[in-house]
Design a protein around this ligand. Structure first.
Ligand code: ATP
Ligand code: MG
Ligand code: FE
Length: 343
């Protein structure tokens, strides 16, 4: 079965074709970063309009790369949520229209299930059960995964997501947008222990996170020290170290509690090299293994949607002929492929 994946939940237009036997055949991505940079963040209407412009050309690129035609598609998977409603509707409308025209089934995919399954696209994927650390622009969650669609939330952020904390901190340090990669770059010139940073919520039991205090701490520190030489890089390095160590402490705890041997890390912050290295070392010490998607599949992409959708469509899951989009969609509403989900 050959599934077309469409991702338009935010500011990346992603298209991919996944084949059940041959794996990922092609993927194409257009990032809108340049369009939104001047505004310091994503402008929803600009995002929707750009998805409209880019989807069909990307689809054609992807089909050419895969060496197939529209008629070779056996099913369509599109991101149905969570995300920006206008942006979601563009992908959902195209996905549904294409499926109807080709007379193939379509399925609306949960964006975070896409992120969660992305590491399984890599060679040597981890066996179930595993723990997933999802760290993206809008989410920070630890989830116990016993199978596709069987997710138990272990902990989540009570305020800002990890990626959001990177973005906001980068903005206040004057590092521009998007903040995560810019802050990580700046941190390479800094000393992570030049200033003291808190490790929020690590002094009490539990697996929840909170990053807004860390951001406030950074803001105050920056106001105090902004004229000191090297302060920008030192603060960036200290902030990054604090986020990474906080995530590592909670992951260690989650692995201990669940006794799982495998951790997968996904979402945009999963591209952070310091985090990847720190988790690799923590796992090596404690006897579990960390798995990641390739860097480009940490952030939004069509491949993860094609892959997640493939598993649902291959299990016979379909949906009524309608355009399905949900800006909010709690992950605990998901069911294993083929079992009726509440929509
Ligand atoms: P969600 O998936 O929760 O809906 P999103 O789709 O906007 O949110 P992603 O595309 O998964 O999020 O990831 C984008 C986030 O990842 C941004 O907050 C960005 O700053 C962060 N990010 C990307 N690369 C890095 C990096 N190297 N270090 C830290 N953060 C990073
Ligand atoms: Mg993005
Ligand atoms: Fe995402």
């Amino acid at each position: 079965m050959r599934v077309l994946g469409i991702e338009t939940s935010c500011d990346e237009t992603g298209i991919a074709i996944y084949d059940g036997e041959r794996g990922l055949l092609a993927h194409a991505l257009h990032s809108q970063v340049d369009l939104h940079a001047a505004y310091g963040g994503v402008v929803p209407e600009i995002a929707s309009r750009d998805h409209v412009r880019k989807l069909i050309p990307l689809l054609d690129t992807c089909l050419a790369e895969a060496g197939c035609e529209r008629g070779d598609i056996d099913g369509v998977a599109y991101t149905a949520g969570p995300g920006l409603i206008g942006a979601l509707l563009v992908g959902a409308s195209m996905g549904r229209a294409l499926a109807t025209a080709l007379d193939v089934p379509a399925v609306g995919v949960h964006h975070m299930e896409g992120h969660l399954l992305a590491p399984l696209l890599e060679p040597d994927p981890p066996p179930f059960p595993f723990v997933a650390l999802l760290v993206s622009g809008g989410h920070t969650m630890l989830i116990e995964v016993t199978d596709i669609g069987r997710y138990r939330l272990l902990g989540e952020t009570l305020d800002d997501a990890a990626g959001e904390a990177f973005d906001k901190t980068a903005k206040l340090l004057g590092l521009g947008y998007p903040g995560g990669p810019a802050l990580a770059r700046c941190a390479t010139d800094g000393r992570p222990d030049a200033y003291r940073f808190p490790r929020p919520m690590t002094d009490r039991p539990g697996l929840d996170f909170s990053f807004s205090g860390l951001k406030t701490h950074t803001r105050n520190l920056w106001a105090e020290r902004r004229d000191s030489p090297g302060a920008q890089a030192d603060i960036a390095a200290g902030f990054q170290r604090a986020v990474v160590e906080t995530l590592v402490i909670k992951c260690r705890r989650a692995m201990q509690e669940t006794r799982c041997g495998h951790l997968i890390v996904s979402g945009g912050v999963g591209a952070n090299l310091e985090l990847r290295e720190a988790l690799r070392r923590a796992g090596e010490k404690a006897g579990w293994q960390a798995h990641y998607p390739r860097i480009e599949f940490c952030t939004d992409n069509g491949a993860m949607i094609a892959f997640a959708g493939y598993h649902r469509l291959a299990a016979g899951e379909t949906e009524p002929e309608r355009i399905f989009a949900r800006p909010r969609w709690p992950m605990d509403e998901l069911r294993p492929p083929g079992e009726a989900a509440s929509r």
